[in-house]
Design a protein around this ligand. Structure first.
Ligand code: FAD
Ligand code: SF4
Ligand code: SF4
Ligand code: SF4
Length: 411
């Protein structure tokens, strides 16, 4: 029997699925098994639409259709969590299994804290995530930097620090570092993201650490909960998934890559946050950028932290109706309500019609609030700061200032 912390090389025994899958097809094999055995009513995953740049969320109820969702789409910048609330009734009346990147998973935790989704009904199969590239940037990058027609590319991946494409007539790789220094590559929130291995999901799956004869043919699976262990054990017993012990050298490599990714994220955080300037300069920058806002509400609609029936930005006494750009209050309301819990998913930035770096502004604040209050969003069910005020903690915080004035905390 598996338990939390166990690690395996795993692969599907379904030859068709294995062909279409990214690595060993363990993720698709597990999803198919969960549907076949009626452990879940539906699977929520991502399928390829028009081309490799087009990632489409899909609900699958027939196990035969799981093969449509196999494979990783690195231009799939979508966030699945809020869709569960909006279109699947928060999984209140049905059980679902989902593939989740770090940000999908963090969004689910934040929605669950606000009672918008029921995690008891969701099996989260996590995938490691080194980052996603926006489809438009990817096309531009492939045309300009690789000198290849983006329509001839049939596979892309990010591996060993390179963005690699396979196209009609060959394959090419360019260092992600080099691409990003020149403004291409992963989304800026992904560069700053530190949720690389989804250990707060039920299983964490990836390709890091798979070496030797299993390289490319097995999925590295880390068991992260009893729910994950049951699913994996069941699938192995049913003969649909095979596992073996991971190569110890592979474990070492996996840990090294993970560490290197954290260092890289720290580098980008430093660079991005310092780029905002300090004090009045920072404020001016934020006011200037947000003054392009056309009040389309896309940032609010798509943020996994925004769950209100009617947003305060729509209250006439806070933000005057019929005025564009809105008063800075519009953005201050978002900062005040979200900054403590922002999971840096990037949706508010990517979907902004006016290219306002919303996620950067919010993430810069979240990181400072995390240092101040020690609250880490998206990784467990611990309540948001203002939903849980503890007398003891408040006393300690005040006494630690050595003053009887609360404003000293913010010095
Ligand atoms: C954007 C992205 C980046 C990744 N980066 C890394 C990495 O740096 N290091 C690493 O070790 N592993 C990474 N992975 C995980 C790896 O690519 C495989 O998904 C994992 O090893 C499972 O392999 P498999 O053959 O079992 O998956 P498969 O059986 O092929 O299943 C893949 C699953 O991922 C889902 N999926 C595809 N695209 C997306 C998307 N954009 N968002 C959410 N779900 C999606 C599919 O619907 C499917 O359920 C990444 C995955 C994705 C999606
Ligand atoms: S925010 Fe993190 S988990 Fe989400 S797509 Fe970017 S790198 Fe992956
Ligand atoms: S504020 Fe933006 S980056 Fe933060 S959780 Fe909301 S949508 Fe994601
Ligand atoms: S998405 Fe951009 S333009 Fe739309 S409301 Fe938000 S900040 Fe304003």
């Amino acid at each position: 029997m598996s338990k939390k912390g166990d690690m395996y090389y795993a692969w599907t025994t379904d030859a068709d699925l294995a062909k279409k899958a990214e690595c060993g097809g363990a993720v698709s094999g597990l999803l198919k098994y969960a549907l076949e055995k009626k452990i879940v009513d539906g699977v929520f995953a991502v399928t390829r639409g028009q081309d490799i740049y087009d990632a489409v969320p899909v609900i699958i109820t027939d196990p035969k259709d799981i093969d449509k969702t196999a494979g990783s789409l690195h231009c799939g910048t979508l966030l699945l969590s809020k869709l569960v609330k909006k279109y699947l009734d928060g999984a209140t009346n049905q059980k679902i299994a989902m593939t989740v990147k770090g940000c999908d998973m963090m969004g689910l935790y934040e929605l669950a804290k606000r009672q918008q989704v029921n995690l008891d009904n969701i099996i989260m199969i996590g995938v490691n995530c080194g980052g996603t590239v926006s489809p438009v940037t990817a096309r531009k990058m492939i045309a300009e930097k690789f000198g290849v027609d983006p329509d001839t590319v049939h596979k892309e991946e990010i591996d060993k620090g390179q963005f690699i494409i396979e196209y009609e007539g060959g394959h090419k790789g360019i260092s992600i570092d080099e691409l990003e220094e020149q403004g291409y590559g992963r989304r800026s929130n992904c560069r700053r993201c530190k949720l690389k291995v989804t250990r707060q999901a039920d299983l964490a799956c990836g390709n890091w650490g798979v070496i030797g004869d299993k390289a490319g043919k097995a999925t590295f699976v880390e068991v992260c909960s009893a729910k994950g262990a049951d699913l994996l054990d069941g699938a192995v017993k049913a003969g649909v998934i095979k596992t073996e012990a991971p190569n110890p050298k592979g474990l070492e490599i996996r840990a090294k890559v993970e560490n290197a990714m954290y260092k890289l994220s720290d580098k980008w955080r430093k660079k991005d946050f310092e780029g905002l300037g300090e004090g009045r300069e920072r404020l001016k920058k934020i006011v200037k950028e947000t003054s392009r806002c056309i009040k389309c509400y896309a940032c609010i609609e798509n943020c996994p932290i925004c769950y209100c029936v009617e947003c305060s930005t729509k209250k006439p006494y806070l933000v005057k109706p019929g005025e564009v750009p809105p008063n800075f209050m519009f953005h201050l309301i978002r900062f005040a309500h979200i900054a403590d819990s922002c999971v840096n998913c990037g949706q508010c930035q990517e979907l902004c019609a006016m290219d306002i770096p919303n996620a950067l502004f919010m993430h810069a604040q979240q990181v400072e609030l995390e240092k101040m209050f020690g609250h880490v969003p998206g990784v467990d069910m611990s309540l948001p700061l203002l939903a849980l005020v503890e007398e003891r903690e408040e006393r300690d915080r005040l006494s630690a200032t050595g003053s009887d004035q609360i404003f000293d905390i913010f010095k």
